[in-house]
Design a protein around this ligand. Structure first.
Ligand code: WTA
Length: 643
């Protein structure tokens, strides 16, 4: 979701945050790791010497219907084509091939509804459901290349629908179930969807949200009209069904056969379009394809999460985000793992839902987001202590900078100081994890460590020159990678302009980062959120991290506001921890704390204590809105932001 940062005068950033703590992997972690330090070193060397051979080897771990002509066609950058000529279908790797192995009777899915109902599906059961629905979609006239919008919460049927659509060669586009009718309509229009799949209603925070009703409202807004609508039962609320357009899922699948072969796709045929959550403006349809995506996701899932057959893996991301696509569905299923899915609000009915769910299913790997961790920290360490979390062996984080305090809390109180904590950096556009430790890596709290083997990332200034160690700069990716986006749906010019024009020859992530002497990367936030205080360029993330390291602060957002003398000063929006009240003594204390933590440059101007912060539905703070309000400017597109 990189929006054009204002880069022409982009100078290196000053870095204020210095974190000295390091955590070495335990001997038993090293002994058990799928990728040992020696193997990792060898992989880095191999990937550096011959990146195409490195990725070709990863491709060979998967099943193909026909071999590729070449690993990478780079004849017309930035329109790179991975494994051109290769014949495949990601669903074959996620399902069909397991049916011939011991994975057949293993649990593919453990699903829990918000009210506490639970459903499980083995690989064989999931396979049959997918085949039935794939056949039903064909009966409805859905063809290879057609776009199908899924307006659904995290349900087994959502996974079934994703896989069924992809199996017949159509293109899925998930729209997060919290989006409004207008946001949904914009996406249906842009994708020109032939079919929309939804549910009658679902449970969220103790309420039933009537999704079919929102879809009806969206379709009344005019624009592109899908030919068919499929509705699954979930909350059993009354809905209106339009004759000849709307069909019940259960009725459609009843008559269908549980066999359906995979459509043979070219590597570069579209798999899905996913609209980015709009933290920085107008949503765009990010396109991913079958071949490169499956190779990149499969390899990174196995290596980073170190998966083995006894794992119960839980990625808390909603299926409507890229994390849900790559690491709740495709990655785990390609690995034959058991993936946990939860329908509702993470704090419902009580703040310990996450911990009780881990205990209930014996979750071994938890992949979640910083905003949730910080929220749960507010409730204290006693809450997780009431539950048996001893099954956990790996923790992962994604989506925002994980500040050192939250990192250490998670590592200590949830991970018993034994579970490696993997802070993974990537984007909707990258499709797969790009920068991350592996379980056997040396960890520094707050750092995403180093690019994975095969990924060439760097920190540069506006001219594309590397910045010295410990200065911040633009994070760029210098060579293509398999799961990279194929482009923006129906907008090739915007793709070139936004990602490939600022630093010639490199992919612009839109994030700022610094690299330390060991080559470890420290994310400093979005380039658009950089503050300029008395000539110093500082990433918002560092100031926020400094604030939340104080025990009174649960969450903080910092933006720059114009200042006659310093150019800009930092203004902080602070959510206090339980038991603290805004008071002038506390404000003074927080300002002093920030200077102590980050040095004299970290001058804080005003402070506000709002009831909540504007966030995207995936939990990222939208500083753009706070900034615009401060400056009395138009806020712009706020679709997908909740407060
Ligand atoms: C941010 C989510 C710091 C970053 C997979 C990126 C992170 C954007 C991290 C992509 C991390 C993601 N540390 N920041 N570990 N991971 N981000 O497209 O700004 O929803 O550009 O993909 O999230 O968000 P998206």
């Amino acid at each position: 979701m990189a929006e054009h940062p204002d880069t022409p005068d982009f100078a290196p950033l000053d870095s204020l945050l210095h974190e000295e703590r390091v955590f070495r992997p335990l001997p038993e972690t090293l002994a058990a790791a799928l990728v040992s330090p020696a193997r990792l070193r060898q992989a880095r060397e191999q990937a550096e010497a011959d990146p195409l051979a490195f990725w070709e080897e990863a491709a060979e771990e998967l099943d193909w219907f026909g071999r590729w002509d070449q690993v990478l066609d780079d004849a017309s950058p930035p329109f790179y084509r991975w494994f051109p000529g290769g014949r495949c279908n990601i669903v074959y790797n996620a399902l069909d091939r397991h049916i011939q192995t011991a994975a057949k009777n293993r649990l593919a899915l453990i699903w829990e509804g918000e009210p506490g109902d639970c459903r499980t599906l083995t690989y064989y059961e999931l396979f049959r459901h997918v085949n039935r629905f794939a056949n039903a979609l064909k009966s409805l006239g859905v063809r290879k290349g057609d776009r199908v919008v899924l307006y659904m919460p995290s349900l087994p049927e959502t996974v079934i629908a994703m896989l069924a659509v992809a199996k017949i060669g159509a293109v899925h586009s998930l729209v997060f179930a919290g989006y409004s009718a207008k946001a949904l309509k914009d996406r249906i229009d842009d994708a020109r969807a032939v079919c929309v799949i939804t549910v009658d209603g679902f449970y969220r925070n103790g309420r039933v949200l009537q999704l079919k009703q929102v879809l009806d409202d969206a379709l009344l807004l005019g624009g592109h009209a899908p030919e068919t609508v499929v509705v699954c039962h979930r909350a059993h609320v009354d809905v209106e069904m339009q004759d000849g357009r709307d069909y019940w899922y259960e009725e459609l699948v009843r008559a269908e056969r549980p066999q359906c072969p995979c459509e043979v796709m070219d590597s570069n045929d579209m798999l899905f379009v996913l609209y980015t959550s709009g933290a920085t403006g107008k949503p765009k349809g990010i396109v991913h394809t079958h071949g490169g995506y499956m190779v990149g996701v499969s390899r990174t899932f196995r290596w980073v999460f170190d998966i083995n057959p006894t794992d119960i893996y839980w990625c808390t991301a909603d299926l409507g985000w890229i994390t849900g696509h790559s690491y709740a569905v495709y990655g785990p299923l390609m690995a034959g793992a058991t993936t946990v899915l939860y329908e509702g609000h993470p704090l419902y009915p009580q703040a310990d839902r996450l911990w009780s769910t881990i205990a209930r299913y014996g979750v071994t790997i938890l992949y979640t987001v910083p905003t949730l961790i910080r929220m749960l920290m507010r409730f204290g360490k006693e809450l997780p202590r009431k539950h048996d979390l001893s099954t956990l062996r790996l923790l992962g984080s994604v989506g925002e900078p994980l500040n050192p305090e939250a990192w250490v809390w998670l590592h200590k109180h949830i991970g018993r100081q034994q579970c490696p904590l993997l802070d993974t950096w990537w984007q909707t556009e990258t499709g797969m994890i790009m920068v991350s430790p592996l379980p056997a890596s040396l960890l520094k709290p707050g750092s995403v460590t180093r690019p994975l083997p095969g990924i060439v990332a760097d920190v540069v200034d506006a001219a594309g020159a590397p910045v010295p160690p410990d200065k911040g700069g633009l994070l760029v990716i210098k060579t293509p990678w398999p799961a990279m986006l194929a482009g923006i749906y129906n907008d090739p010019d915007r793709y070139v302009e936004e990602y490939w024009s600022v630093i010639p020859g490199a992919y612009l992530t839109g994030d700022v980062a610094r690299k330390d002497e060991d080559g470890y990367l420290w994310m400093q936030g979005r380039a658009d959120d950089v503050l300029v205080i008395a000539g110093h360029r500082i990433g918002a993330a560092e100031l926020e991290s400094g604030l939340v390291s104080h025990k009174a602060v649960a969450e903080a957002a910092v933006v720059g506001v114009p200042d006659a003398i310093r150019g800009e000063v930092a203004k902080a929006f602070v959510i206090l921890a339980e038991g603290y009240e805004p008071a002038s003594a506390l404000i003074k204390e927080l300002k002093a704390h920030l200077k102590r933590e980050l040095g004299p440059v970290a001058v804080l101007g005003a402070m506000e204590f709002p009831a909540s912060l504007p966030k995207t539905r995936s939990g990222k703070i939208v500083r753009r809105i706070l900034k615009a309000r401060e400056r009395g400017e138009e806020v712009g597109d706020v679709t997908g932001v909740e407060e």
